[in-house]
Ligand binder design. Structure first.
Ligand code: FUL
Length: 472
């Protein structure tokens, strides 16, 4: 066979293979579905505060009708610096405020509405909660985000195409008047307006408006595109939790995928839409004096931390401001207790300084160095990393991190320890890892442990392996 014929044949072969690959591989390659730098920065925030505040705070309602007099809004001792100081001391990285809830009341003097702080008479109609909180967040080194409910039970245009323009203009006010916004929280609720009509939302217009005003903001909704709802309000991501999700053909609210899909993601999902676990520290989202004795316990909050941050999701913990306009004492005390437990638990990685070796005996020091940016990429889809601790240690909590800017690949893993008789014994196992995975188990004392990645959708990159003793 001549060289030129050989070349022609192999070129034809390449073309055929390429065509064949396209038609036979229906799933996107997980290595091609990656976070944007903004999504990675967002994921690293891990834990931040939600504050529900508005007329409902004063009426004891969860969903205001929109017919409340604006005058009910009267927080006589509002102090957003106290909110920010509390969030910061709690180790939270930002605050998201309900700028407008379903009742339509705007916590800023919107030019698009006559149902706002301006009409309330509070501070002679010159108050602006968004201004005070965004300033306080800057002062305390926190990021600032806003929830703006598309559903509006007050606005007369709700239920007509004109409302989409009104809502986009409201977004513009919020997104251009208060500095950087790290996250825009778009609820999917779609009920009747004051005219008895439901709105057909123009999501494309809303997203374009947000992108134009704040290109760095992560957009939350049931289906992202920046981050997604996890299908429950308990702060619980799936034990299997992929950051990939199929969103084509879906939308927020009634058009969302089933809750269990949101909870776990799609292994071959075509878009990177990581999960955010929203949950309230009290039974309701808004403050109600009757719930002062029902603030979640520190044990419940630690569990929530492990089922959200510890399952590849961010934790958005709601701490409602009270009628004075302050974070109430029982809630802030609980936040500080949780902080102490988290600090005491994660202060000392018992695997720090361990000798780590791959299956060929090569040293892999980067997975126990406390630096997320250094990672080990496996040669194939499986990997075993063996850790020899400086001395035998007792631990009951494992932390794993995958380097997600390269993609999320790990689908099954287990960890074993070498017992006194020289036998390897499994003490924990799981499926996904993602940005962070935390697993608790009965105490183990050992000097040698190994992580076995037994299934992955590409060569996984392990960033950190940590062993700890839970302080609770
Ligand atoms: C829901 C709302 O209907 C609730 O009132 C609350 O704001 C929650 C965070 O989102 O969809």
């Amino acid at each position: 066979m001549s060289m030129s014929l050989l070349r022609t044949l192999s070129a034809a072969c390449v073309l055929l293979c390429a065509a064949g690959c396209v038609s036979s591989s229906r799933n996107p390659d997980p290595a091609d579905v990656l976070p944007t730098p903004e999504q990675t920065a967002w994921q690293k925030m891990e834990y931040y505060m939600f504050v529900h505040f508005g007329p409902n705070t004063f009426t004891g309602s969860e969903w205001g009708s929109g017919e409340e007099s604006p005058e009910v809004f009267d927080p006589e001792a509002l102090d957003c610096r106290q909110w920010a100081a509390t969030a910061r001391a709690a180790g939270m990285k930002g605050i998201i405020l309900t700028g407008k809830h379903h009742d339509g009341f705007c916590l800023w003097p919107s030019g698009q509405s006559t149902h706002t702080v301006r009409e309330s008479g509070w501070r002679d109609g010159k108050g602006d909660v968004l201004r005070e909180l965004s300033d306080a967040c800057r002062e305390y080194g926190l990021k600032f985000g806003v929830y703006v409910s598309p559903w509006d039970r007050n606005h007369p245009a709700y239920g007509t195409p004109a409302y989409n323009e009104v809502f986009a203009a409201m977004l513009r006010e919020v997104l251009t008047g208060y500095g950087d916004i790290f996250e825009l929280w778009l609820d999917g609720a779609n009920g009747e307006g004051p005219n008895g009509k439901k709105q057909v939302y123009d999501w494309e217009l809303f997203h374009e408006t947000i992108r134009a005003c704040q290109p760095g903001a992560v957009i939350f909704s049931d289906v992202g595109p920046g981050c997604r709802w996890l299908g429950n309000e308990r702060g619980e991501a799936g034990e299997t939790c992929w950051s990939r999700l199929d969103i084509a053909g879906f939308g927020p609210g009634l058009d969302a995928p089933p809750a269990d899909t949101l909870n776990r993601g799609n292994v071959f999902g075509a878009a990177w839409v990581p999960g955010e676990a929203d949950v309230s520290i009290r039974p309701g989202w808004f403050y109600d004096p009757s719930s002062d004795g029902e603030v979640k316990s520190v044990a419940e909050l630690f569990d929530i931390y492990c089922t959200s941050v510890g399952r590849n999701a961010n934790l958005l913990l709601n701490v409602p401001a009270d009628r004075r306009g302050r974070i109430p004492a029982p809630d802030s005390v609980r936040l500080m207790e949780l902080r102490s437990v988290l600090d005491a638990t994660f202060a000392d990685n018992l695997a720090a300084g361990a000798q780590v070796a791959d299956a060929d005996g090569n040293a892999v020091p980067v997975v126990s160095d406390g630096d997320y940016e250094t990672f080990r990429t496996a040669r194939g889809r499986k990997e075993t990393l063996e850790l020899t601790l400086r001395e035998p240690k007792t631990f009951d909590l494992l932390l794993l991190q995958e380097y997600v800017p390269r993609g999320q690949f790990i689908a099954a893993w287990n960890v074993e320890y070498l017992d006194a008789g020289g036998e390897w014994r499994q003490f924990a196992a799981g499926t996904t890892v993602g940005y962070k995975r935390i697993v608790r188990f009965g105490s183990v004392t050992a000097q040698k442990i190994r992580l076995n990645i037994t299934d992955a959708f590409g060569a996984p990159s392990v960033s950190e392996i940590g062993l700890y003793r839970a302080a609770l």
